[in-house]
Ligand binder design. Structure first.
Ligand SMILES: Nc1nc2c(ncn2[C@@H]2O[C@H](COP(=O)(O)OP(=O)(O)OP(=O)(O)O)[C@@H](O)[C@H]2O)c(=O)[nH]1
Length: 201
């Protein structure tokens, strides 16, 4: 059983005063685009966000093939790593693909490939350039959750930190490009990026 976790508990400060997760991207809320794509290759879907986001996100996902479970931040604004840990705590599957709510071009076939790469390890994390794409990666849910907790206890906030505690596979640029295009990692932060991206749907 494969799980999908959409991390959506950020404040969208670069976007302005509304939540980018539910902002319409060419007529469809961004988080729904992510759920539609991720939903093609997983058996369950969990959305991590704050309590005050639930109504809007639920409406954005209404009628979706999956009735997503919500995993709410007990302590909001602790960063994406805390959100990932919370989301992973709510999945039933052994492995989970974690995807940020602001990656509407996420490629389902690539996510499927990440599940294959993660098998018998604790994570498969793409590194298309110098940065690890920790918010588009597949994790062993329990192992990553425990590693996040340990990292948070150490006072670490960078999402890459818990990975170094895991048996992780790096999906290097060459492998990434053999399976998808870099568009899969594109994340939208500002209204300008939104408007430019909307034209591509
Ligand atoms: N649960 C949780 N998720 C977060 C938090 N901060 C960011 N995220 C999520 O992590 C992902 C990447 O974060 P950013 O691109 O920085 O999004 P953001 O924090 O909403 O946007 P900015 O405020 O403009 O930086 C997005 O999916 C966010 O929803 C947090 O404090 N808690």
């Amino acid at each position: 059983m494969r799980a999908g976790v959409i991390v959506a508990g950020g404040r969208s400060t670069r976007f302005g005063d509304s939540d980018k997760a539910v902002a319409e991207l060419s007529g469809t809320p961004m988080i729904r685009r992510v759920a539609d794509r991720l939903g093609q290759v997983v058996d369950e879907l969990v959305v991590n966000c704050r309590d005050d986001q639930v109504d809007a996100i639920d409406a954005a996902l209404s009628g979706h093939a999956f009735d997503p479970a919500f995993a709410l931040d007990e302590d909001p604004d602790q960063g994406p790593m805390a959100g990932i840990a919370t989301g992973l705590g709510a999945v039933e599957g052994e492995y989970a693909a974690v995807v940020a709510c602001d990656m509407p071009f996420v490629d389902p076939a690539f996510i499927s490939y990440l599940f294959e790469r993660a098998a018998s390890h604790e994570a498969a994390v793409p590194r298309p350039d110098e940065w690890f794409q920790t918010t588009q990666a597949v994790y062993h849910a329990d192992a990553m959750r425990a590693a996040c907790r340990r990292a948070l206890e150490r006072g670490e906030h960078k999402v890459v930190e818990p990975i170094f505690d895991l048996d992780y596979v790096v999906v290097e640029r060459e492998d990434v490009l053999e399976h998808t295009s870099l568009e899969t990692f594109e994340n939208l932060n500002t209204r300008e990026e939104f408007e430019a991206a909307a034209e591509r749907f």
